[in-house]
Design a protein around this ligand. Sequence first.
Ligand SMILES: Cc1ncc(COP(=O)(O)O)c(C=O)c1O
Length: 398
Amino acid sequence: MPTVSNKGNKMPESPIRKLVPYAEEAKKRGVKVFHLNIGQPDIKTPEIVMQTVKKSTIEVLSYSRSEGSDEYRTKISNYYKQHNISVEAEDIIVTTGGSEALLFALGSITDFGDEIIIPEPFYANYNGFSVASGINVVPVVSKIEDNFALPPIENFEKLITPKTKAILICNPGNPTGYLYSKEEMQKLASLVKKHDLFLIADEVYREFVYDDGITHQSALSHFGLEDNAIIIDSVSKRYSMCGARLGCLVSKNKEVIKTALKFAQARLSPPTLAQIAGEAALETPQEYFEEVVNEYRNRRDTLIKELSKIEGVKVASPKGAFYCVVALPVDNAEKFAQWLLSDFHLDKQTVMVAPAAGFYSTEGMGTNQIRIAYVLKEEDLVTATRILKKAIEVYNSL
Ligand SMILES: Cc1ncc(COP(=O)(O)O)c(C=O)c1O
């Protein structure tokens, strides 16, 4: 009998998707499931994108250049300049989603057995991409009590070994909603420069920042990280275009781009039609973002207000993206999340959440935490938190 690889066996299941069969069963029993588990926005893709795709007259869906079309990359570089990120088309490699940009980044800068330091909790697929790349994640714990602020820089420094190649941050953060301040970015910048490390900055939620006077600090804006920074980007959330599968890797480091291009050539081309859609997306009027950001801000405020009313629940206050980590007064959040789908409903309705343990790589962390994605309308969030409140009472009385 042929056997699968050890790497394949080590590959973690997605904590976001692994309860899906239980949700499907619940739906078959006629229970409505509120999906708070996955970052699939319910916001419409900009009209200009859909119109452009519908009107496209291309006759052959050919490959594009491996690094992405010139037209699209030039337009993306203009977008970055508007965000005080001074990059040119040649600094950009278009990828099949931010996911592929992460794989190319890790493939370009690490060898088997190397280490990357990541503040945890972190986007769960960083674990999977690291396993696929044969490297080890070294976590630095950030705590719900500190609102998931950047852990003290000494905590990072202690973990640096000859095998450390990079620090990976997600800003604004999935799953924490944390947004790094200018001072925090400066500290990280000094650290990576001092130790000759890369700083991989996953900025796919750049626009989703909610509080007055607080702005997003890109790793490539003004920290002198031209040699060190690699930005991971995506249209998935920005324009509600998850299914377009379009992202990019950005770096001013020519060696990184030259190396990433070889990975890009090996998979031939990013999606051609999606790049046409991506070009159109860059014409999206500013009002679209104002409306969307406003909508998410209201959802965040409503969700946090409603969650705070539940006894024993602790929630960090997210400043960006559209997620939050919530500590629940239950023995085990994964068991609870599964029970919500298989054994509980309130008037034929229940909720699906992502158990947060999968967003940590330290064994035993986050066992009583869940991640909530506030990708539903405010009234649905109110109903979902009401269901959650009742469910906690029932679960704890069993
Ligand atoms: C932090 C973060 N990075 C990267 C991705 C990958 O997104 P995509 O491959 O759709 O661009 C996601 C998707 O949820 C994400 O949350």
